[in-house]
Design a protein around this ligand. Structure first.
Ligand code: IPE
Ligand code: IPE
Ligand code: MG
Length: 279
């Protein structure tokens, strides 16, 4: 991740936190190119009923983009003598709590890694449980509308040969997107069946077909969600210092907040410490 010409700063305490946590900040280049995210085709990777171009939509007033690799649910449960599935259940509830906090903090874009292209290799009962939780999460439309939050999804397009999202989850995702489409506040993007490498392969293949060929701009225009702005701060919980194939393109210039806290314990104070890296 680090490159010799970029400053690397390691702090041992999060700003505003009582307990020491490891905060590793990688200040990468903030090239204007990373900030030239095109705004088109916001529903590119779901079945769109109409073939009309999508109506232009209001950008959220706030622009800060926080992305979270929600890790450590299994360990959270293990420490309590509970099955891993309980950790996932608690993780989903924590996400619902944090969405509320993120809105209060005026975050414009919150993107969460819910399930990776690699996570299908987990035991089937665990996968089934996680799928059910995603259905529950996107079913929280009442809360999301009350908070003026618009739901988005990022992942392998449902009709692509490698995609694995079951139909009932596809339906739940589509419904949440439709039911929150008019909201103008924070955009909550759920990464499900998502992998950064798959996204980049698809984007480069599409970029190759354009008149301009493969450029930073044409790749950016053919990502799964071209409207997603560059990530300002990337969070990874539970002490793992890895990016795990998440938003490889979009997080190119992000500050990174690593914490020992497992995802179910990632609270308001942790969120503020992460935000302090970006504001
Ligand atoms: C993150 O928690 C949730 C998903 C990957 C779906 P984990 O399930 O990876 O929890 P640990 O890393 O085993 O503790
Ligand atoms: C990353 O967590 C993926 C999600 C949080 C959905 P994992 O626990 O799956 O990642 P690795 O395999 O430890 O890197
Ligand atoms: Mg994990």
């Amino acid at each position: 991740m680090g490159s010799p010409d970029r400053p690397l700063l390691v702090e041992t305490a999060a700003p505003g936190a009582d307990d020491p946590v490891l905060v590793l900040v990688i200040e990468a280049a903030t090239s204007p190119l990373f900030h030239a995210a095109p705004r088109r085709n916001w529903l590119a990777n779901v079945d769109v009923v109409s073939t009309d171009p999508p109506a232009p939509r209001a950008e959220p007033a706030a622009s800060l983009h926080m992305a979270c690799i929600m890790d450590g649910n299994g360990r959270w449960a293990g420490r309590r003598g509970l099955p891993r599935t309980e950790g996932h259940t608690e993780g989903e509830e924590n996400l619902a709590r944090l969405v509320r906090v993120a809105v209060q903090r005026n975050i414009g874009w919150l993107t969460v890694f819910g399930f990776s292209t690699e996570n299908w290799q987990r035991p089937r009962p665990e996968v089934r449980h996680i799928l059910g939780l995603h259905e529950k999460l996107v079913g929280r439309v009442g809360e999301l509308n009350e908070l003026n939050v618009r739901v988005q999804w990022i992942g392998r397009p449902f009709d692509s040969p490698m995609a694995r999202t079951p139909r009932y989850v596809q339906r739940a995702i589509r419904k949440a997107i439709a039911d929150t489409a008019d909201n103008t506040g924070m955009v909550l993007t759920i990464a499900f069946d998502y992998g950064g490498r798959s996204e980049l392969v698809a984007a480069v293949e599409a970029a190759r077909q354009t008149d301009d060929g493969v450029t930073v701009e044409t790749i950016g225009e053919h990502l799964y969600l071209p409207e997603l702005p560059p990530v300002d701060v990337l969070v990874r919980t539970s002490g793992e210092l890895r990016v795990s194939n998440f938003l490889l393109w979009q997080a190119a210039g992000a500050a990174i907040y690593f914490t020992e806290a497992p995802w179910p314990d990632f609270d308001e104070r942790e969120l503020d410490a992460a935000l302090a890296l970006a504001r």
